[in-house]
Design a protein around this ligand. Structure first.
Ligand SMILES: [Zn+2]
Ligand SMILES: [Zn+2]
Length: 157
């Protein structure tokens, strides 16, 4: 039997370090470090969910109503973070994308297309097989992401 892990709440990077990386990224792209952008990063960091831009917007509006963080700023910041691989996205077809910070241990995803539920998992056998395949093909892996789409247990019943 293979080992399946399904809990990835521990962070692999300190917030301070992440913030430094973010400031550097903004500078490289000639963008200003603003309180709105910091709040976007912080909210992503403190959420264990995979967030759509709209749900991220909603969270920020609730917590910081005076900041007036526009949805356009959120879209732009997310795509900047994604381009630099600090954030990864999961595609939900017509329903758009959900984002998560790369501040957790590596994991793969099972995504329910009925209710949008996401289960995170790691299977050591799968991880090992991927490494073995890459080695056979003389391929050097820098990263991988796996999304499995289907219907979750709850929606099947
Ligand atoms: Zn479901
Ligand atoms: Zn995830």
């Amino acid at each position: 039997m293979s080992d399946i892990t399904t809990n990835f709440d521990d962070k692999t990077i300190e917030y301070e370090q992440l913030l430094e990386d973010f400031k550097k990224l903004l500078k490289e792209n000639s963008l200003k470090f603003t309180i709105q952008r910091e709040v976007i990063l912080e909210t992503l960091y403190n959420s264990d969910e995979h967030l759509t831009p709209e749900s991220l917007h909603h969270l920020i509006q609730e917590k910081f109503p005076d900041l007036k963080t526009g949805i356009a700023t959120i879209y732009r910041t997310l795509s900047l973070l994604e381009d630099s691989q600090m954030v990864t996205s999961l595609s939900f077809g017509a329903q758009g994308k959900k984002y998560e910070l790369g501040a957790k241990e590596h994991h793969d995803h099972m995504i329910c297309t009925e209710c949008g539920n996401i289960t995170e998992f790691v299977d050591e056998e799968i991880e090992k097989r991927q490494d073995a395949i890459a080695q056979t093909l003389g391929f050097k892996i820098s990263d991988h992401s796996m999304q499995i789409y289907g219907t979750c247990k709850k929606c099947l019943n």
